[in-house]
Design a protein around this ligand. Structure first.
Ligand code: ADP
Ligand code: MG
Length: 676
């Protein structure tokens, strides 16, 4: 079956280990190769198992020149035809006994039952649990596991280098007997210096001296079958996915805590970048929508920008604009108020002026749509009654309620029952006094400022609130609104055809975005979109620049220090596994399969590092948001988590890791000699 044709092996140091070997091995039987140390036994066995290739000459397997196979096919050949029992390093430390034993069969996509493994282990006097790890085994025990592994693999040849070297006589004989048994229908080639074993069990003994065959002694004549040329000598199997996955997982989690420690700075690098990118990605609309939700803001105000000559009514939309605006925003999502200079200067009967900014007519749908709540009822719409609905803020300004009870429905109801509202429209020096019946009070959810905070920022925000709030509005029936508007044209400072108009738009759904779109269409210098969170937004944008710069600088500083350790880590991922890789390769694992295992490991690494960094970034982001919130008393999140950023980082990390493992693995696989 195997023919050596003039095989010579000269090592790189010019040492000739084999010279002009001619040898013809049978299909079955037990062949011993004996000789002194350094005579070339191991080298010969390496040629046989395709663990190394000759310098010159050919090795034929069923007439196929196996020395000429590509590297990949050499691995495939080993997988398919050769069972290997080696001296020294032979088991993979990260796999338990069973996993070590089944690896070659898995590479052949065959299944060996647990019972069979246990039975074979018992035959070689091993009663260890199959889930134990090799590090608990003695040299002799490891050797016997390797023997069982070779026996269970369906290979046509078993090669063994000093298989009984580390065993006592009893175990040695036991193993030899087993191999003898196997050699009934397979070829077993054994290197040994124990001549008495060779003479006891061998069918043929080949004596080597200084790289040459000095004697070839046949003890039992063995059949030399003439084999028909086999087209299936090289059959490519894949390592099953679950096996590759398990490998990757085991290797990845091996010495896990050490890994976390080694990657500490890398985690910080990724966290900083994720944070920086997230902040860079800060979206005003999203942030404001979040802020509106956190602060219970239900509407924003749309205003016309004053013209340069500052004619008062140019501040506002005209009644003509009103219908156009109503068609843009769904009617239930807007409340337009008429701004009245006269009413703005209204002197209420407690003497507080300027509390009322505008008036309007609303429907219940609008009240609900804006998230306001109503105590009592709305004014009768189509009759000129002097009915009015006020807000709880106006009631507070009138001194009818205080800070502690101005959200209390029963208190508000008692105002409806007992109070009227006198409004004095000012016209030059004349006062037009009207007395209104209060039929309802709208709670606009407006929060009074915390008096204990003495802070200019807060004061500014409070004043902002007053300007952009519905809480300073009076609500009349539509006929009354028209009546006052007419009155307004006579008594106000406006021209006869104009009544100033301002708009509140709900922020629910895409209301805020719609308002900004409208502003874009009209030109940012013509229309303003205002909300009570404007000042906070302005502050956050300032924070943004600072935090962005800090996290970027941190990221770059960490990157410089962590890149080296990260590259080193991935590099070591392969280098530390070199022994295991070599063992696996000697068992026939192809580059493709090995590369796939590392690919999965790289994926684990990328997912793990990005995952942990994302969590760190999220926590940091949470604290940044919190600290901004305590500074400006409003929660508008600066750091809004997005999915794409960790995804991009993950992909980059993965590609980077894969590039390194691929290169490193390629280097390992490029060595001609599989086992040193
Ligand atoms: P044996 O197994 O019979 O002890 P080897 O086949 O291991 O002998 O070695 C044969 C000769 O080749 C020895 O002189 C050894 O020093 C040399 N040799 C083996 N492997 C290498 C190698 N990788 N590089 C250089 N010389 C080697
Ligand atoms: Mg040797």
């Amino acid at each position: 079956m195997i023919n050596f044709e003039n095989v010579t092996k000269v090592y790189k140091n010019q040492k000739t280990a084999l010279s002009h070997i001619h040898m013809n091995l049978p299909d079955t039987g037990m062949v011993f190769i004996v000789g002194d140390s350094g005579s070339g036994k191991t080298t010969l066995l390496n040629m046989l198992g395709l663990l190394d290739i000759p310098t010159s000459g050919r090795v034929l397997f069923n007439d196929l020149d196996i020395t000429n196979l590509s590297k990949n096919n050499q691995d495939v050949f080993r997988n398919q035809h050769i069972g290997i029992i080696f001296q020294g390093l032979n088991l993979i430390d990260e796999l338990n006994i069973q996993e070590n034993i089944v690896l070659p069969t898995q590479l052949q996509q065959k299944i060996v039952s647990t019972e069979e493994i246990i039975e074979q282990l018992r035959k070689v006097n091993l009663n260890e649990s199959i889930t134990d790890y090799p590090k608990f085994l003695s040299g002799g025990e490891r050797q016997r596991v390797a023997i069982v592994r070779a026996l269970l693999k369906e290979s046509s040849v078993i090669i063994a280098d000093e298989p009984t070297g580390s065993l006592d006589e009893k175990n040695a004989n036991n193993i030899m007997a087993l191999l003898k048994d196997i050699s009934q229908n397979r070829l077993v080639v054994i290197v040994s210096h124990q001549l008495q074993l060779a003479e006891k069990y061998g069918d043929r003994i080949i004596y080597l001296e200084k790289g040459k065959i000095i004697e070839d002694k046949v003890i039992h004549e063995l059949p030399m079958k003439t084999v028909t040329k086999n087209n299936d000598i090289i059959h490519k199997y894949h390592l099953p996915f679950n096996v590759s996955f398990k490998f990757a997982y085991k290797w990845f989690t091996y010495k896990f805590s050490r890994m976390i420690f080694a990657l500490m700075t890398f985690f910080l690098t990724l966290s900083s970048f994720i944070l920086a990118l997230t902040i860079y990605n800060f979206n005003e609309i999203t942030a404001m929508q979040n802020g509106f939700q956190n602060e219970n803001v239900t509407y924003v105000m749309i205003q016309k920008v004053p013209s340069p000559d500052l004619v008062m009514n140019d501040l506002m939309f005209t009644l003509t604009d009103k219908n156009e605006l109503k068609s843009l925003f769904d009617e239930s999502n807007i409340i337009g108020t008429l701004y009245n200079d006269g009413i703005a200067q209204t002197i209420l009967d407690n003497g507080s002026d300027g509390v009322i900014q505008g008036y309007t007519n609303v429907s219940l749908t609008q009240v609900n749509g804006f998230g306001l709540s109503l105590v009592g009822r709305l004014p009768v719409d189509h009759s000129l009654t002097t009915e009015v609905v006020i807000t709880n803020y106006i009631a507070y300004q009138m001194g009818w309620v205080n800070e502690s009870n101005y959200h209390d429905d029963t208190v508000l109801q008692s105002i409806i029952d007992s109070r009227t509202l006198d409004i004095n429209f000012i016209d030059g020096n004349d006062l037009h006094k009207y007395t209104f019946t209060i039929v309802g009070i709208i709670d606009t959810n407006y929060t009074l400022p915390d008096q204990t905070i003495e802070n200019s920022t807060y004061q500014f925000m409070f004043e902002n609130d007053l300007k952009f709030g519905l809480h300073t509005t009076l609500f009349f029936g539509s006929d009354m609104v028209n009546f006052i508007a007419d009155l307004d044209q006579n008594i106000g400072n406006y021209g006869a055809d104009k009544v100033a108009y301002q708009l509140f738009v709900t922020v629910k759904d895409d209301g805020y975005k719609k308002a900004l779109d409208y502003q874009t269409t009209m030109g940012e210098s013509n229309v303003w979109v205002n909300s009570k969170l404007d000042y906070s937004l302005h502050m956050i944008k300032e924070f943004k620049n600072v935090v962005l710069q800090v996290s970027l600088v941190l990221g770059i500083v960490f990157l410089l220090t962590s890149l080296i350790s990260f590259v080193g880590f991935i590099h070591n991922m392969v280098v530390n596994k070199e022994t295991s890789i070599r063992i696996m390769r000697s068992l026939g694992t192809r580059f493709k399969d090995m590369n796939f295992i590392f690919l999965i490991q790289d994926a684990f690494l990328a997912i793990f590092t990005t995952g942990l960094s994302t969590i760190t970034a999220l926590i940091a982001g949470h604290f940044i948001n919190q600290s901004i919130a305590t500074n400006i008393y409003v929660i508008i999140p600066l750091v809004n988590p997005t999915v794409w950023i960790p995804m991009v980082i993950l992909i980059i990390t993965f590609c980077f890791a894969y590039l390194i493992t691929f290169t490193e693995l390629k280097r390992t696989y490029s060595k001609t000699k599989v086992i040193e």
